[in-house]
Design a protein around this ligand. Structure first.
Ligand code: ZN
Length: 447
């Protein structure tokens, strides 16, 4: 459950978009209700509230300010609501000419801190002990941590002092200083984590050569796992990694793609090869069961298994037609990119799966759709030819699937519409009350 402090920036953001159409108290009450009673995702709740009071949810997406701890290493456009702890002016030389820039430290309500640099003092000059909404900034890595850069696109708005309360006991780091390393399990990885220590077995490995300014380099990538999950990794230096060995990565970081976490480590990382007892590659390649809520908390997941009940079938389920060039779904034989094309028939399921606490969309390709419904592509095409309509197939899919419990395995990403799994395996699931209860008990005992 999100704390009051975590919710505060969202309440203010919704209030800003609604321009007085609702009070912060009303927004807070609604947000609490949607999140904790209806179990909606944060993003869906935010959009819902804005719509409810007659605002435009589109105003939210661009202007969503995030907490500093959520920022990744190389982000293109970020909005943050911060308090300036310290500032200092510096002279640098750019193309032979002297230039003054400003740097310092900002903090936010969660107590997270970050170094910043203002590159163009005509666009912004920050005052110490003052609050700002900084929009269209970007982050760059320094010593394995992100720093905030205010470039020439930045828009800075001074905010009232009561808008942010920075915790009293905050420690001001030296510029370029580093936080303490954090030991994490693979199942806990989420985008933006820095300076982490992770131990896992290398389950797969591929190498490629790249040319860099400092010469030819071998980069390794693949999948690494521990008993809590699996994740993709990229080693930006040649650490002479070997398949099946157990390693500890110190000073790694997580760079996600659409919420799917990926561990990265480069020249500042240290790799220790371990000779310890650790689950075998076989043991680490089985199903990793996680609730949809747990996946949501991490923003996505690589190759996980989850289950829930099909509560909705989305448009685009059943018999669909694709462009042969780009695989996009076409309407009346016209691809939005390639125009009139020789369309290719396909089957697909887009189902909303809910486990009572959170929900996600599961997208299933032809083979899985055929296996679950028992309707083959050939039968679907024959039926559509007979009825001159693809709608009946969609309805039959819906009858087969709606209200059924499903177990699905795949990779989950997130976007404005919430979580979405590309399913690799799916099966119906008969709830076994007895073993469920035992599993629950053993979970409680472990805790
Ligand atoms: Zn196309």
């Amino acid at each position: 459950m999100m704390s009051k402090i975590e919710l505060a920036p969202h309440i203010r953001e919704i209030a800003r978009v609604l321009e007085g159409k609702a009070t912060e108290q009303e927004i807070e009450r609604d947000l609490d209700n949607y999140l904790n009673v209806y179990r909606m995702s944060l993003e869906a709740s935010r959009r819902h509230i804005v719509r409810k009071y007659g605002g435009d949810p589109a105003d939210l997406s661009g202007g969503e300010s995030r907490s500093l701890s959520q920022l990744g290493l190389n982000e293109g456009s970020v909005d943050v609501l911060v308090h300036v702890l310290s500032t200092t002016m510096r002279e640098i030389t750019v193309s032979g000419a002297p230039k003054t820039i400003q740097s310092g430290i900002v903090a936010d309500e969660t107590g997270a801190t970050m170094a910043f640099t203002v590159w163009d003092l005509t666009k912004a000059e920050l005052k110490s002990d003052t609050n700002y909404l900084i929009r269209y900034a970007y982050t760059r890595e320094w010593n394995g941590r992100p720093e905030l850069h205010l470039g020439n696109r930045v828009v800075v708005e001074e905010r009232p002092s009561e808008e942010i309360t920075v915790p009293e006991d905050i420690s001001i780091p030296a510029i370029g200083g580093r936080s303490a390393p954090q030991v994490v399990k693979i199942g806990e990885l989420r985008d933006g984590l820095n300076n982490i220590i992770v131990t896992g077995r290398i389950l797969s490995l591929k190498s490629r050569e790249v040319d860099t300014p400092s010469g030819r380099k071998t980069i390794h990538s693949g999948i690494i796992g521990d008993e809590t999950g699996r994740v993709e990794y990229t080693a930006w230096e040649d650490f002479e990694l070997m398949e099946d060995e157990v390693i500890t990565i110190s000073n790694g970081y997580v760079k996600g793609w659409k919420g799917i976490p990926r561990v990265s480590f480069g020249e500042r990382a240290e790799i220790t090869k371990l000779d310890i007892e650790f689950p075998s590659a076989d043991e680490l390649s089985g199903e990793v069961l996680r609730t949809i809520e747990e996946i949501e908390r991490n923003g996505g997941a690589f190759d996980v298994t989850t289950r829930g009940t099909v509560v909705d079938i989305k448009k685009g389920t059943g018999l669909i037609f694709r462009c042969p060039e780009c695989r996009r779904v076409v309407l009346k034989g016209v691809c939005q990119v390639h125009g009139k094309v020789q369309q290719v028939p396909d089957l697909r399921i887009r189902a909303v799966i809910d486990d009572g606490f959170a929900s996600m969309t599961a997208v299933m390709r032809k083979e899985i759709s055929e296996a679950l419904t028992g309707i083959t592509l050939k039968e679907a095409l024959d039926e559509a030819r007979e009825t001159m309509d693809t709608e009946t197939i969609s309805q039959r899919f819906e009858e087969y699937l709606l209200a059924k419990p499903l177990v699905v395995r795949g990779t989950v990403m997130s976007d404005d519409y919430g979580l979405s799994m590309t399913v690799n395996e799916a099966r119906f699931f008969k709830p076994d009350v007895r073993s469920e209860a035992e599993a629950l008990l053993s979970k409680i005992e472990v805790i």
